[in-house]
Design a protein around this ligand. Structure first.
Ligand code: 5RP
Length: 225
């Protein structure tokens, strides 16, 4: 099965999982990327009238608007019952690397504001140890070199993502060569460097449920299991 077909299947599985929450009174959170886009497509095709969604990026806002799905302001919704988003890597404890699409900061805000975070991915995203995918770090522009040097101190090899400005007007450093055996400790350490907006480690607030599409079926992993 192609990767695209897997993304569509896992999006359908997530839709079935959250269907009971989809009504005209309940806000939901929706992430960014090709897998999250599949979820938006499935939601739109269902024709269920939802209150609307808090989007983790301008790209997602545009897709939701295209389908006539209302955009909601997180400041007005308060806590969200559920957030559905993809990931670049997921480890067995449902710690994630995110930010391949440069939307990590808003993604982290929405994850933190949600009761349940359902992560959807194809099976290429499952790893034993995070770090093969370069770790994205969102950085205030004037701190690019400072943060880069700090990442070298932490054992990484930072690469400036050329030509990318985040929705928040910042830069992305992709940090290669990190074998992340203590995701929460590293997340906290990186986030304390002045100039870092946030890093793409989701360990302090990992996913609650990970749905993974393989060739034959959808696997479900729960953090509580
Ligand atoms: C965007 C993200 C995405 O969730 C991540 O990059 C996965 O994207 P895709 O579903 O296209 O593989 O973190 O910032």
């Amino acid at each position: 099965m192609s990767q695209d077909a897997k993304k569509r299947q896992v999006a359908e599985a997530a839709f079935e999982k959250v269907r009971h929450l989809l009504d005209s009174e309940t806000p939901i959170g929706i992430g960014t990327g090709s897998t999250a886009n599949c979820f938006i497509d499935v939601l739109a095709e269902s024709k269920i009238q939802v209150l609307g969604a808090v989007a983790s990026s301008k790209a997602t806002e545009e897709r939701l608007t295209h389908y006539g799905i209302e955009l909601l302001d997180l400041n007005a919704t308060g806590t969200l019952p559920v957030y559905v988003d993809g990931a670049d890597e997921a480890d067995p404890r449902l710690n994630l690397i995110k930010g391949g699409g440069a939307a990590l900061t808003r993604e982290k805000i929405i994850a933190e504001a949600s009761v349940q975070f359902i992560c959807i991915a194809d099976d290429s995203k499952r790893v034993d140890v995070l770090g093969t995918f370069p770790l994205p770090v969102e950085v205030i522009p004037m701190a690019r070199s400072l943060v880069g040097r700090a990442m070298v101190e932490l054992g990484g090899d930072p690469e400036y993502r050329q030509g990318v400005i985040t929705d928040n007007g910042n830069l992305i450093l992709d940090v290669h060569g990190m074998s992340i055996t203590d995701p929460k400790g590293l997340e906290l350490a990186i986030n304390q460097i002045p100039g870092v907006v946030t890093c793409g480690l989701f360990a302090k607030r990992p996913a609650d449920i990970l749905l993974v599409a393989s060739d034959n079926n959808i696997l479900e992993f729960s953090r509580d299991a």
